[in-house]
Design a protein around this ligand. Structure first.
Ligand code: NAD
Length: 349
């Protein structure tokens, strides 16, 4: 990690230039005080397109070579889920702060190793739970913390995604780590309570390695009960709320929290902004990663900025929580075990 004096401009590296790496690149390539100094992907066309767009970035096809040569102040890991542990550990081995996309890992022991390595290196680690930086979800958190909902009794989260995307994810990670990990993280944030017991059912309609549907019930130490639903069965004809130039489809998500005195809902597809076109109807999502005046803004920019403030100024972790990311991984793993074994799983609280 560079000294404070040298941090006038932060040199950041980006690993993984796919759907989501492109969005992070748009944020990092446009952020004051930040140079997108290096990008890495084994696909030469992705590297070439990125270095053409951001001429200061040196392109690499190998992650270790990027860490070795690029003199980075921080690295963003947006590569496929199974690669996160090795890429995080390699960066911490060189004392480089890490922002990693969710999930932290796809096994609890790997997640624990990453957190231990971050602590040993004494540098920031942040996991990409972008919904914590979304205005609606943050307002709900403030309402809950102010006591407006009373004691939380019930949490229900749905996260159903485009069937067309599943071909890319069905062999990479169980859907609990891929989609519902967001909702598990929100549940931990909103309740502030550990989970003590889970039950779950899964279905595999596609025949890929991991199921394309999973349903879980979570019991919290506080007494609250959580329900999670996720599937990859949203048809092509559904309204599209993900409408970036390189990534289109639907995240049909809903969150309902019932407290003793009030109930709150957030629905992703209820936005007031729609575009009816010949080919499809777009209801562009405007809170998470909208492209505004040529660069990605919204929650994604806020979470990247929060991480880089920690790198630059030593700002403490606030909205994001590594402890919750690890607890969320423990809950996701318990759900995967419960679904596979068709039996409830108890967690230590
Ligand atoms: N927070 C969110 O809402 C959100 C949304 C989408 C994706 N994600 C996360 O972002 C990550 C990437 O997802 P995606 O949808 O962009 O996947 P993707 O498949 O579109 O892109 C992954 C990219 O990584 C590259 N890659 C493969 N091996 C690599 C290596 N060794 N080093 C560097 N790059 C390598 C691939 O060639 C590809 O270009 C995942 O962890 C995913 O869960 C998060």
């Amino acid at each position: 990690m560079a000294s404070r004096e040298a941090l006038e401009r932060l040199r950041v590296g980006l690993s993984g230039l796919g759907r989501f790496g492109k969005l992070h690149a748009s944020v990092l390539g446009d952020m004051p005080g930040v140079t997108l100094a290096a990008v890495c992907d084994p696909l030469p066309n992705e590297v070439a397109a990125m270095t053409a767009r951001y001429p200061e970035a040196v392109g690499y096809d190998d992650y270790e070579a990027m860490l070795e040569n690029a003199e980075l102040d921080a690295v963003f890991i947006v590569s496929p889920e199974p690669l996160h542990p090795a890429q995080c550990l390699a960066a911490f081995g060189r004392g480089i702060p890490v922002f990693t996309e969710k999930p932290l890992a796809t096994a609890v022991d790997e997640g624990e190793r990453i957190v231990a390595a971050a602590n040993e290196a004494g540098v920031p680690l942040q996991v990409g739970f972008v919904l914590r930086f979304d205005v609606q979800h943050a307002l709900l958190k403030a309402e809950i913390d102010s006591g407006a909902l009373g004691k939380i009794v019930s949490l229900r989260a749905k996260r159903n995604c485009s069937r067309a995307w599943f071909a890319d994810f069905g062999d990479r990670a169980h859907t609990m780590y891929e989609t519902s990990i967001h909702d598990i993280d929100l549940f931990l944030w909103y309740t502030g309570s550990p989970v003590v017991r889970v039950q779950a059912v899964e279905r595999n309609l596609s025949g890929m390695r991991y199921p394309d549907g999973c349903w879980a019930m979570l019991e919290f130490a506080s007494g609250a009960v959580g329900i999670i639903e996720t599937s990859w069965l949203v048809p092509d004809g559904a309204p599209a709320n993900v409408v970036t130039p390189t990534w289109r489809g639907t995240i049909d998500s809903e969150l309902e929290i019932i407290g003793e005195t009030a109930t709150s809902r957030i629905r992703a597809l209820d936005g007031p902004f729609s575009i009816w076109q010949e080919a499809y109807t777009a209801i562009p999502e405007t809170g998470l990663w909208p492209e505004v005046n040529g660069a990605v803004a919204g929650a994604l920019r806020a979470e990247d900025a929060h991480f880089l403030d920690r790198v630059r100024y030593g700002a403490p972790e606030s909205t994001a929580s590594v402890a919750d990311a690890l607890d969320g991984l423990r809950i996701a793993e318990a759900i995967v075990t419960a679904a596979a074994g068709r039996h409830p799983v108890e967690l230590e609280s």
